[in-house]
Design a protein around this ligand. Sequence first.
Ligand SMILES: Nc1nc2c(ncn2[C@@H]2O[C@H](COP(=O)(O)OP(=O)(O)O)[C@@H](O)[C@H]2O)c(=O)[nH]1
Ligand SMILES: [Mg+2]
Length: 686
Amino acid sequence: MAVYLKDKIRNIAIIGHSGEGKTSLFEAILFKNKAIERLGRVDDGNTVSDYDQEEINRKMSIALSLSYLSYKDYKFNILDVPGFFDYEGEMVSALTVVDTAIIVTSAGGNLTVGTEKAIDFCTEKGIPMFIFINGVNKENSDYLKTVAAIKEKYGTRIAPIELPIMNEYEMTGYVDILSMKAYDNENNEIAVPADLSAVAAELNGSLTEFAAEANDELLEKFFSGEELTLEEKKKGCKIRMMNAELIPVVAGVAVVKPVITNLFENIISFFPSPDERPSRPAQNAAGEAVALSCNENEKFVAQVFKTIVDKFIGKFQIFKVASGKVKVGDILYNMTKEETEKVSSLLLMKGNKSEPVEMLQAGDVGAFAKMNYTSTGDTLCDVSFKVNLAPIEYPEPVFAMAVSSAEKGKEDKVFGGLAKLLEEDPTFRLEKNIETFDMLIYGMGETQLDVLCKKLKNKEGVVAKLSEPRVPYRETIKKTVEQQGKYKKQSGGHGQYGDAHIRFEPKPEVDFEFSDEIVGGVVPKQYIPAVEKGLRESILKGVLAGYPVVGLKAVLYFGSYHDVDSSEMAFKMAASMAYKEGLSKANPVLLEPIMSVNVTVPENYMGDIMGDLNKRRGKIFGMETVGGKTVVKGEVPQSEMFKYATDLRSMTQGRGRFSMQFERYDEAPAATAQKIIDEYNKSQQQ
Ligand SMILES: Nc1nc2c(ncn2[C@@H]2O[C@H](COP(=O)(O)OP(=O)(O)O)[C@@H](O)[C@H]2O)c(=O)[nH]1
Ligand SMILES: [Mg+2]
C-alpha cells in the first residue's frame, strides 16, 4: 500500500436525511472503483458500511463507517454517516475531520429536513459541500424540481454542474455544464441531447460567470471578453465552493445499476485536499493556542474520532492525522489521558475489514488497533510535542430514561455493559440519581436507547429495562413550629428516656442547619450530637411523600433527661419523633425541580412550541432571533420534560432543537403535589 501525500488525499463524509441512499451511494462508489467485487444492498443486509447486526436488522445506519479507495494516484477516505436524528453525534464526529461533505438527497422535488440540517451544519462549520441528488431513476423523481426546491431556501449557492440524461426512468448519461459536453454512464462522450441543450447553456452561462467571480485574475479575463479555459472555470468553482459560496449539484442512482457520473474526477477537481483547509484549533499543555500545519514533516498530532468495537474483530480506533506521520512501532503520547501509547498496529479500513499499512501521513485517515488507554476524542501526539486538538463537540443528550435490569441481581452487568458501549457511542451518558437511586441513561432519542439495549443483549447477554425516570422531588416547610419529642420506655430494669424540644423553621437558603440553644444543661452536652444525628437521618425522608427535606433549620431549645435512663439512642429517637410531629404541622410542601429551557425552531413553529410549553406548565420569558431561527426561553418543571426530545422532533419534523438545565426547586402546585402524595401512599401500602 502506497503512502499518500496530503495533496493526493480527499476526506469526504456522506451525510443527509435518513433513507435517501447514503449507504447505497457509499457502496456504489466502492463498487465502481472496484474496491469491492459485489454490489451489496441495504435491503439484503450485505453492504460494506452497515455491517452491524442492529444496522442489518433495521436496514438503517446507526454508526459512521470508513472506507478508503485508491483512484489514479489519489486516496479517498469516505465516511458513511447515519442520517437518523438520534445519531447526530456521528455526523459531528465525521464533520470534525473531513474536508468536504457529499449531501445525498432523494429526487422527490422537495427539500428534506435532513438536507436542510446538513447544509446548515456545514455552513456553520465552514465545510465545503457537494449535493448528490439520488434515485433519479425512481418514478416521479424530478432532478430540476429538486434543485429548485433547495435553491428556494439557499439561493444561488446551489448550482447544478451536471444534468442527467433520462430515457423515461432510466438515467443513461449526463451533460457536464462547465464543458457543455455529454457522456454516457461509462463516461464516453456522446452528443448533447437537443432537449437539454438550452437549459445546459443557460446553466453554463451563469456558472461560468459565478466561477469568474472567484478572484480578480479570473474576473479580469472574463470581463476582457476572453473565454475562460475549462481548468480556469473548475478552479473558480473550487475556490467558491471552499468559500461556501457554491454548492455544486449532480444527479445519480445508487442501486442496482449505479450511476455516479463523473464523481471521482469531480472529487479531484473540486474537493479540497486536507492541506487546503484550515487546521483545527490546538492547545499546548499550558493552554496556549498552537497553530498546526498539515505537513508530514512536522511533529505528529492526530485525533481519534470514532471507536468501533466488534465482538469478532476487536477494537479499532479511527483517527485523522493533523500533522506529521505515524508508523508501526512509534511511541505516542495521549494528551487527553496523559499516558504513552505504542502503535502496535496501523490499519486502513473498508467497513469492518481492515488491512495493515506501514505509515500514515498528515491529512490521512486510518485506524489503530489494540490501544490501551485511548478513546474517542483523544489527541495522540509526538512525545516531544504535547498538544491537544479541540474536543469534538457532541450534542448534549436531551432524552432521559431510567434503566434497570429486567432480571433481578444483574444490575452490575447491565451498567457495566452499557459503560462499555460508551466507547463506541460517546453521545449517551449514564448517571446515578443520588436521590431517587435510579440509574439514568441520557441520550439523543428513543431509538438510540433502544439500540443500546439490543446491543447489550447481543454483546453481554443481559436484558435491560427502560422506564420513565422518577423525578427528584424534595420537601420543605413554610411555617415555624415548636415541637416536643419525648421517648420514654420503662419496661423491665433499665429504661429509656430522651426529651427534646425543637423549633423547626423554614430557611430556604440552606439544605439543613442545626442549632443548639440549650441553657442550664437541661439536655446534657453529650446528648446534643445525638439529637442532630437523629434529625439528619430523619430529613432524608419527608413527611409528605418520602422525599428529602431541604430549606430546614432545627433549633434544640429545651428538653429534659434522666440520670439513669437517658442515652444517645433515646435522644435520637426523641429528635425523630419531634421531626415527624413537627414537620406535619409546619405546613409541609412538595418542591419540584424546574428546568430552564431554550427551544430553537424556525419561526413558523413558534406558536405550536409556545402552546405546547404552556401545556407542560411552562413559563415563557422571552424570544430572540438567532441566525434566522427563533429561540424561545422559559422554565418548565422537569417532570413534564422527559419525552420532550421526541415530542419536539415530531412537532417540528426534526427542525427544532432544545437545551435544558436544572435551575432551582419550586413549590409544586397543589394538584400536582396531591397526585405524587397519593402515589406515595399507595406504594407504601403495597
Ligand atoms: N430506486 C432507488 N432506490 C434507492 C436508491 N438509493 C437507495 N435506494 C433505496 O433506499 C433505501 C435507503 O437507502 P440507504 O442507502 O440505506 O439510505 P441511507 O439511510 O441514506 O443510508 C434502500 O432501500 C435503498 O435500496 C436509488 O438510487 N434508487
Ligand atoms: Mg445509511
